[in-house]
Design a protein around this ligand. Sequence first.
Ligand code: SAH
Length: 441
Amino acid sequence: MSSPRYYPLELDLRDQPVLMVGGGSIAARKLPELLACGARVTLVAPEVAATTRRLLPGLEWLERTFHSEDIHGRKLVFACTDDAAVNAHIAALCREADIPCNRADAAKTGTFIVPGVVRRGPLTLSVSTSGRMPALTRHVKRKLSALLGEEWGQLAEILAEARDRLAEPEALAYDDLAETLRRDGADAVRSIIGRAPASSRRNDRTVHPVLLVGAGPGDPSLLTLGAAEALRHAEVILHDRLASPAVLDTAPPGCLLVPVEKRGHFESHRQDHINEKLVEHARAGKRVVRLKGGDPFVFGRGFEEALALEAAGIPWRVLPGVTSSVAVPALAGIPLTHRGVARSFAVASGMAGSESNPDFPKADTLVLLMALYRLEEIVPALLRAGYTPATPAAAIQDGSLPEQRLCRTTLGELRAETARLGFDSPALIVIGEVVNLSRPQ
Ligand code: SAH
């Protein structure tokens, strides 16, 4: 038998007689929704699972096995016993009596299937794979749940109240309304809807602030809640190399992902190009996220982008992130400060110790970013600045990611050791006595 193409519909089951045969886990999964929809449920089962027990006050329980006449007068029948022969028998009886029947163990032999449902108030999303791959149905359902926050239910209620007054409901900026609802509450949304029709249309394009978002060192668990939310609502994400695939995976479907590189000779040109792109997408009314590794204002040129946006008259907001300079040593088991060992730490870029930038900051612990490929110059400069070759030093590559690596050595050996181990970007350097405290995680 080929698989049917099911016709989706939504039934008003209020006070309608529905039969559920079986008291196991499948019945337990289906009963709450039936009861929530107001169905008059009769449950036929010699015994019921613990989860079903608390639903019993809301239904009629016939504590016995199935009898043929149980199906009479029912609007729907669910054959959910753990005995395939019994389910087949019920399905056959229903077919004869023209009563829609659902068979959980063999969907095709029933006459209807039950989709996975995501509810946001009156807004209902039904998902199915035509009964063929329930695990995929559940996955898609979870995706949709993540896409639509609870506010969509309330939005649907508010809009339904105003429906008759809305001249052009198709022109409403629903995403913006949902966002406003989440941020500013129902009254703010009611006032937008209540205003002149022009104010609720998409064509009087609002420019959203560009969000300069810190992506943390790579592992998505180090995203802030604010960053995760900004990503969830993004329409365009401009990200650099440090934004890990795992973090980018949290972008919504349909979001435009634009990789922008800043390395190389034409760095300033590229920066101009990034600034232009940010302005262009923001002016087009898109929700733009500029996603930067770690914290946007720590060696990320984030503030330059903020100034460029300001100059173009585009509002911006920064969502700070977990900077790699602090998190990555921690994840390698190295405390940046420790009583009796280090009372201060400083973070410098790999350009410290160069001709144009000869000094290193003074602190007990020194963290160097973007320094791996300049160790040839940096190590001698540090020695000139008073560090000894025996000073403990560490390099950490891919901090927070599954491929994280630690090289623990001394300043004198740092370059040779990292080269021997084939260390690669992104990596940072920690110098100071705290390195000797490191503990494997
Ligand atoms: N804004 C970022 C730093 C940008 S500079 C922050 O706050 O983390 C880029 C440098 O950060 C890299 O060259 C490397 O030194 C360091 N870095 C970023 N992520 C890292 C990671 N996961 N592991 C090790 N170093 C990292």
